[in-house]
Design a protein around this ligand. Structure first.
Ligand code: RP5
Length: 175
């Protein structure tokens, strides 16, 4: 682990988490770590843990009910297959839930995407792209939400966008 990541880890452990990252299984971490990395990069405190809708349903209820009292501003929830985790969390809390469809072996995450995105009216889940890009964007989205009332964070988001723009403008195709 590099110095920057160690510093981010220390800072994160000392602050109260503002974002919850929940996932159905340890196997989801490969994807969900991309959400965590964005939060680390912006210095946003989060807590990441495994909460399974179908394997630990009582824990899911406890986690969702504690989200608002604990001060979570949003929950990033990733799951694969018949992915009920984001929808069930959203059913049990009014803290906004950002859903990340995790790719699966047989259906490549289309199952996860449809399970998460197709919420019936009344209980919304903001659904992101399948896989790493979706997880990273959910992290960036959480940062953008928090930046609405944190000027320092807003400036960092703007700087990040400017840097990204510069790097794309500098791209060259092979001759
Ligand atoms: C879901 O089942 C998890 O979100 C994971 O994506 C999928 C497979 O879980 P494992 O069998 O790898 O534990 O609950």
């Amino acid at each position: 682990m590099g110095c920057v990541r160690i510093r981010a880890l220390m800072a994160r452990l000392m602050k109260k988490p503002l974002v919850g990252i929940a996932m159905g299984s340890q196997s989801d971490w490969n994807v969900m770590q991309h959400a965590a990395r964005q939060l680390d990069d912006f210095g946003v405190a989060y807590e990441a843990r495994i909460v399974s809708a179908h394997r630990t349903p009582d824990l899911l209820y406890e986690y969702a009910e504690a989200a608002a009292p604990r001060g979570f501003r949003c929950i990033i929830a990733g799951a694969g297959g018949s992915a009920h985790l984001p929808g069930m969390l959203a059913a049990k809390t009014i803290v906004p839930v950002l859903g990340v469809p995790v790719p699966t072996r047989h259906l490549k995450g289309l199952d996860s995407l449809l399970s998460i995105v197709q919420m019936p009216k009344g209980v919304p889940v903001a659904t992101f792209a399948v896989g790493e890009a979706g997880a990273a964007n959910a992290g960036l989205f959480a940062v953008a939400l928090l930046a609405r009332d944190d000027e320092r964070l807003a400036r960092r988001v703007e700087a990040f966008r400017r840097k990204q723009t510069r790097s794309v403008r500098a791209m060259k195709l092979p001759k």
